[in-house]
Design a protein around this ligand. Structure first.
Ligand SMILES: Cc1cc2nc3c(=O)[nH]c(=O)nc-3n(C[C@H](O)[C@H](O)[C@H](O)COP(=O)(O)O)c2cc1C
Length: 317
């Protein structure tokens, strides 16, 4: 109530020209709170709801509830304890890349308030796998599962993409309960081409093999699960390819979906480039989730994203 009535309007006003200001303001507060055990206890007592009915055990990981925080919110892992205290069942942190990179020029997030939507072209700004590794080594890991999302550095040529992903996997292996292979951000040139059947197959094979090898090296009984996050803009044929590769390569979860390049159904026009999220994505994201669920035969769990804001038209599913 307080957030909707007072805090959110104030944040929107002060960051009207660059919504990222509001995000950094919030993240810095959450990062500070993450270092105070008392603050964490208070946040958790006020927010976290526990019930055995919500618990899930999937790919060897125990989830206190099935509602997680999607990739992109805490790209550098600076506020994981405070975010966990809000009651999420898991957090997908990142996306992290091998090399530190600034991302695209600001502003790079645009509010479409009328449509309850955002366009972003962040381009994976993050501190890079080495710096994030050092940070995590100093932080107490939250009690909920943390999955790191890994992506390709912008400077890395497409033909060296696999090694780029593997570097981040190795660096963050000890700090992650599972990994997400992000091949669906529209803001790194060429990244979405990695969803094509052959490059996807090679990439996922290499990452799953490396996860298994790392588990053996650390005497861990099971390799950390590898999930893949896909775009909403794939055709049914492309989704069939993704399904085939995921089954073949022992992918343990499909996260659907990332932001869309489509601009259908918008009431507010915008010429900004980037990925669209929020309410206009709901229907398409749900279509992809439904298609996956019909064709996966329960063989791979699906984590739905892009559906939380509800449909554009009341009454739609
Ligand atoms: C500003 C912003 C940054 C994002 N960064 C990432 C990211 O780094 N990695 C990722 O996998 N998804 C990223 N996403 C996509 C979200 O995780 C999510 O898939 C998408 O926003 C659709 O969900 P929504 O409509 O509920 O926001 C980002 C989204 C936004 C709005």
């Amino acid at each position: 109530m307080l957030f909707k009535a007072l805090i959110r309007p104030a944040m929107f006003r002060t960051s009207a020209n660059d919504p990222e200001i509001a995000h950094h303001w919030l993240m810095n507060r959450m990062a500070t709170l993450s270092h105070s055990q008392t603050a964490l206890k208070i946040i958790e007592a006020a927010n976290a709801y526990k019930s055995p009915a919500l618990e899930r055990d999937i790919f060897g990981v125990h989830f206190p509830n099935p509602v997680g925080l999607a990739g992109g919110f805490d790209k550098n892992g600076i506020a994981l304890p405070a975010l966990a205290a809000l009651g999420f069942g898991f957090i997908e942190a990142g996306t992290v890349t091998r090399y530190a990179q600034p991302g695209n020029a600001r502003p790079r997030i645009f509010r479409l308030s009328v449509d309850n939507a955002l366009i972003n072209r962040m381009g994976f700004p993050n501190d890079g796998a080495d710096a994030i590794h050092e940070r995590l080594a100093r932080l107490k890991k939250p009690a909920i599962p943390i999955g790191w999302s890994i992506g390709k550095s912008k400077v890395t040529p497409q033909e060296e993409a696999i090694e780029d992903y593997l570097y981040s996997l190795r660096k963050l292996y000890d700090f992650s309960d599972f990994f997400t292979v992000n091949v669906s951000s529209p803001n790194t040139p060429g990244l979405r081409k990695l969803q094509d059947k052959e490059p996807l197959d090679q990439l996922l094979q290499a990452i799953v093999q490396e996860s298994e090898a790392l588990a053996q090296r650390t005497d861990s009984p099971t390799a950390k699960a590898v999930l893949v996050k896909i775009a909403p803009d794939l055709t049914e044929d492309q989704l069939d390819d993704v399904i085939e590769v995921c089954l073949q390569r022992n992918i343990r979860g499909i996260i659907a979906t990332n932001t869309t390049l489509a601009r259908t159904g918008l009431r507010q026009t915008s010429s900004e480039s980037g990925g669209l999220s929020g309410r206009p994505l709901h229907t398409r994201s749900l279509e992809v989730i439904r298609y996956l669920s019909q064709h996966l035969d329960n063989k791979i769990p699906i984590i739905g994203v892009g559906v939380s804001s509800g449909p554009m038209t009341p009454g739609e599913p």
